[in-house]
Design a binder for this molecule. Sequence first.
Ligand SMILES: C[S@@+](CC[C@H](N)C(=O)[O-])C[C@H]1O[C@@H](n2cnc3c(N)ncnc32)[C@H](O)[C@@H]1O
Length: 404
Amino acid sequence: MKPTITLSPFPKEVESWWWTHAVERWPEMSEEKLLNTLRQEIVEQSDRFNKARSFDASAYGARDLSVLAYGNFYFSRTWMAARFALAELLSVCQWTPPAKGPIRILDLGSGSGASGLACLNALRENRIANPLELHAFDYSSKSLAYLKDLHRSCADLWPNTRIKTERNDLRNPSPKMISQRYDLVLMGFSFNEIMQDLELEERVKGLKEITNCLKRSGFLVLTEPAESEICRSLHQTVARLKELEEGLFILAPYWNGMPCPMARENGKYFSHEVRKYPVVERVERLNRPLRLEIREVKFGFSILGSTSPEPVPKTPNLLRLISPVKKRKGTISFFGMAANGWERFYEFQRRDLSKEVMNQLLGLQRGDLLQIEGELSASEDGRIRLTEANRLLPLFVPRVMGET
Ligand SMILES: C[S@@+](CC[C@H](N)C(=O)[O-])C[C@H]1O[C@@H](n2cnc3c(N)ncnc32)[C@H](O)[C@@H]1O
């Protein structure tokens, strides 16, 4: 299916910058020894994210080794997650930047800047010419120092931009801590860490403080790791805040301001995207013995703001893909979350499909927004059987240049 938007791959300049810094930090090490040292730390970080889940200021942002392992391995992934979420903000939520004057961006839990810098780069690639100001907050001063250095060193990726960093523990965000109003607030894979072990009402309180620092036309873009508990917690927090705040709207991932219908039950699927991107060479090299997933970025996300979303017809003809596309003996099928809030199973008979259409279907990615033309007939068990008359049209089908 033809992409509705094409994103740039992760920049080579940033990839080289991270590797050069690792080499310069340990000039006496052979390449293989350095790779192995970083690999050890990558595995520890993976365990910390997925198993131990213990975070404090002395965790992975306190040592050069931690920051450089993150930078050489995980940075490209959270960068790409931010790029996909921002693509949806720009093309589906139709964020319009201020006509003139600076665009102010706040990155909370910025680390070394994957989300904030990806945002500066995305805005420039989208020909948004306003001066850009990025304020980055994190409790790791070492990560913030790397962010500043990277911003300075790869200036061509984000011309005419300024950054300010601030060391802060964001566990209890307060109006005093964040005194300005911003056009965009980003939280890239940081909400779950900052709010770790907090009860729902405390998370809601924290999120409310964060949305309070948006301008009226501003948006908060949260991306999170695709782990069922983390994504459910994100969507439950967002849904509860929406119940309390009339003037706040949920603009993504679902239409018509709908809170995530999958957040409540322990269903088969939880809300997250699975997007392909071209492999980053240094990541591939590091990953050879580790065999972690590196060709896809999996993430949950939500976009909030005070602008009400453009309503769309509440029909099963409009859907977000929420499962893998399955090719079975006689069928091709997937689950979709329809614009009316129904989770539905959509199924094509393969005998009805040309090879071209079959390949198009198999090339769909979890998170694509689609429109199905023609009437839909549901069977008694709720399955929607599609025929050759039901053409699929792409509404938001982002793809990365060079991805195969
Ligand atoms: C997984 S990293 C994500 C970094 C970056 N946003 C990205 O997109 O790659 C999570 C970040 O949240 C920061 N963090 C966690 N808890 C925090 C807290 N209580 N206050 C400030 N920063 C925190 C960590 O230092 C780390 O930089």
